[in-house]
Design a protein around this ligand. Structure first.
Ligand SMILES: [Zn+2]
Length: 292
């Protein structure tokens, strides 16, 4: 799933390409694509796109009166659409823009697609002034990293640890209500950079541990953004930088130990025993179930 660096760089690309273009129409292509009944998308027709922003892993396509909040989930993409085909493959919704005098062809649109069968990507049309305090954005935690302010502070992270139930740090980092923008890949990478067990309990973390986590978030965010900004379109997961994520069985780039995995139904925790757990191999979830 695209995380902070991918969504942020994509928002920047789309702002550069579409900023100032006036919305001609917003068209859901499936019954489930538009998640809200009011305000009406039509209230933004004729208004120029102010920017495409980001909150957590959501893209915010912002006009003066309404903000279209787009969640890509696992297989969704918000693509620049020049073909305007009637039934685009995986098409969920499209934004059409007014023609400018300098446009020689039909102006490009934005097409939300979702491959696969999950059909969980979608668009919420929200009133711009209150968008951040309206579902689905209202319960998101503070940003793990923003371009404007950098990483979350140690103070804020400590407050989030206290505000949330005591849990494993890997799960805490992935919980969008705890901190926003980190997913499976970054949680693996941050724990490795911080040399912390992914299973360390959050309430046992010292102030120094939290400072190390913040520094790791910063490193991973800066590197991920730099990589992603070089691209013309959003990367696929195999192209994203990683030291441990999706590298089960490979050598740790820091110490050479073999990278291990704990498998869950919908994700894998990757870690290096030497760097992170004092050499201890964490219980493999799949194997453990058989032993019960
Ligand atoms: Zn290592």
């Amino acid at each position: 799933m695209p995380e902070m660096p991918e969504v942020q760089a994509h928002a920047e690309r789309l702002t550069a390409e579409f900023g100032g273009r006036r919305l001609k129409a917003f068209r859901p292509l499936t019954f489930t694509a538009l998640k809200t009944a009011s305000p009406a998308p039509e209230s933004a027709y004729g208004q120029p796109l102010e920017r495409v922003g980001r909150r957590g892993k959501f893209l915010l396509v912002t006009f003066e009166s309404v903000t279209f909040v787009v969640h890509l989930m696992q297989g969704g993409r918000l693509l620049v659409d020049t073909k305007h085909s009637v039934k685009p493959r995986g098409g969920q919704a499209r934004f059409l823009f007014e023609r400018r005098p300098e446009d020689t062809l039909d102006p490009p649109g934005l097409l939300l697609t979702e491959q696969g069968t999950e059909r969980r990507a979608g668009v919420w049309c929200l009133s711009t002034p209150t968008a951040l305090t309206t579902p689905p954005l209202h319960t998101l935690g503070p940003e793990a990293y923003t371009v404007e302010s950098g990483s979350i502070t140690v103070e804020t992270l400590a407050a989030r640890v206290q505000a949330m139930p005591n849990t494993r740090v890997h799960g805490f980092l992935r919980d969008q209500h705890a901190v926003a923008g980190i997913g499976r890949r970054l949680a693996n990478e941050v724990c490795h950079r911080a040399k912390l067990s992914p299973f360390a309990m959050t309430r046992k973390l010292s102030r120094d541990d939290l400072a190390v986590i913040v520094a790791a978030i910063d490193e991973c965010a800066v590197e991920g953004l730099a990589e992603e900004r070089k691209r013309e379109d959003m990367s696929s997961s195999k192209d994203r930088p990683s030291h441990v994520h999706s590298r089960t069985g490979e050598a740790c780039p820091v110490c050479g130990d073999t990278i291990r995995a704990v498998e869950y139904a919908s994700y894998t925790v990757n870690y290096c025993p030497t760097c992170q757990t004092g050499g201890k191999v964490l219980a493999d979830n799949v194997t453990s179930k058989f032993l019960k």
